[in-house]
Design a protein around this ligand. Sequence first.
Ligand SMILES: [Zn+2]
Length: 271
Amino acid sequence: MSPLAPPVAGAIPVLLYHSVSDTPVGAFGPFTVSRAQLAAHLDLMLEQGFRPITVRQLLDGLATGGLPPKPVVLTFDDGFADFAANAWPLLTDRGLAATLYVTAGDLGGRSEWLASSGVRLPMLSPREIADLAADGCEIGAHSMTHPHLDCLPHAVAYEEIRTSKDVLEQVLGQPVDTFAYPHGYHSRATKELVIAAGYRSATAVRNALSHADDDRYAIARVTVTSDVGTADIARVLAGIGVRTASPRESWQTSVWRQARRMARPSGAGRR
Ligand SMILES: [Zn+2]
């Protein structure tokens, strides 16, 4: 592949993967990449001189000025069993790590929050996430039941945020200090609950590039879907066709939250 323009000055791509499997399941197909696809993405990053890092490495690097010149942050949401079987070997074969955000209430079970769309994917077990952590994977929390946190009463949202931290810390025997908002949905109140629960950072979605001055409690990520090829990843890394995250929420996000609050007062949701 021919070299592309250097990344937008100061832009930090944070990629969001979900399932990694050669046998995508039903409605979750668009959020599933194959093993060959992930391998090709990782090889492209390395060929282009990017250094894949975890969220913790991003924060440490920003704090100390020790970020590699071309960082790309790798995150995987939900905690599906296919992460250990399919994604982690591809990462470790290349000497890479990633941050895995786990829906703690479904550990060792199935993805119950997807059941209404007919998808019940196997989840990692407590033993498996402990092994991954021991092997250098960063484990973050992703709530207990994967709700729309910004539509829940604050006490209920806090319980989801805090309990998932406690459960994972109990399993791992080490601090869990990064959180990912389910569906990326958060409000200013949700962020305050995450801060109160003792997290150091939280990732959102926003489909934009992050940067050194990004909100540490709403780090912008770009979702990698099943149709994303190496040329698309190269464009994201080069900052082509992707905006850099603004410090403010867009008006579309506010309107969409209002619509979801009216449609789903319980905050129950999918993906
Ligand atoms: Zn999720």
